[in-house]
Design a protein. Structure first.
Length: 201
C-alpha cells in the first residue's frame, strides 16, 4: 500500500531527524512493514521517551513503539547483535497495549507475556480445581492471595482480613492439604503467584 509505505518513510525520517538534532549516531530503515531505528544510546529511557514523543507528534495514526534494551556495543557492529536488538524491540512492541504507546524491553513485566498468551492457563486451572475441593466458596483462595501480597506477620494479616489468627492458620493449613505442599516451599509459592496472576486476565 503506497500510503502505508509513505507513512513509514515519514516516520523513519522523523526518527533520523531526532537523532541528528541530538547528535546521536543512528540509522533508520523500513523493514517488514515497520520503521526501524538503530542508534548508539547515551540514556536509553530518556531517548526512548523523546523519540516516541517526536514520532507521535508527526502523525495522528495509532503509532506504537517497541524499544530494545541497551546493548554495550554499537548495535550494527555485529549482525547477531542487530538481530538480538531487533527481537527485543519486536517483543516490546508486541506487548505495547496502549494506543500510541511505547515500551522498553528492560521495563517489561516478564510474566506479562506468559499470562497474556495463556501459557499459564493450565497451572491456573489446576490450582483453582485443588482449592475448590475445600468447598468454602473461594474464601481460602482469597486468603492465599492476601497471604502472598502481605509482608508482615500472620497476626497483622489476620487483622487486615478481620479474622482471628487461628482462623487464618486453619485456612492456610487447609490450603496446604489441598495443594499437597507447604507454604514454606518457594516452589509452591511461585506456582500460586503465577496461577493467581493468570487468573486475573
Amino acid at each position: 500500500m503506497p500510503e502505508q509505505a509513505q507513512a513509514l518513510d515519514l516516520l523513519a525520517a522523523v526518527g533520523e531527524g531526532y537523532f541528528s538534532e541530538r547528535r546521536l549516531v543512528g540509522h533508520a530503515t523500513v523493514r517488514d512493514g515497520q520503521a526501524v531505528w538503530l542508534w548508539i544510546t547515551l540514556e536509553l529511557s530518556r531517548e526512548a521517551r523523546e523519540l516516541h514523543l517526536a514520532l507521535t507528534a508527526s502523525t495522528a495514526l495509532d503509532l506504537r513503539v517497541g524499544v530494545s534494551g541497551r546493548h554495550p556495543e554499537a548495535p550494527w557492529a555485529r549482525p547477531a547483535e542487530v538481530q538480538r536488538a531487533f527481537g527485543e524491540a519486536r517483543q516490546a512492541l508486541s506487548l505495547t497495549r496502549q494506543a500510541r504507546g511505547y515500551s522498553v524491553f528492560h521495563d517489561l513485566d516478564p510474566l506479562h507475556a506468559l499470562v497474556s498468551e495463556g501459557r499459564l492457563d493450565l497451572l491456573a486451572a489446576q490450582v483453582s480445581a485443588q482449592l475448590e475441593t475445600i468447598g468454602d466458596d473461594g474464601r481460602t483462595a482469597d486468603t492465599l492471595r492476601a497471604y502472598l501480597a502481605h509482608r508482615g506477620t500472620l497476626a497483622e494479616l489476620a487483622g487486615a482480613l478481620d479474622l482471628h489468627v487461628n482462623t487464618l492458620r486453619y485456612r492456610l493449613r487447609r490450603a496446604e492439604e489441598a495443594l499437597g505442599g507447604r507454604l514454606s516451599d518457594p516452589a509452591l509459592l511461585a506456582q500460586l503467584y503465577l496461577a493467581f496472576q493468570a487468573g486475573r486476565k
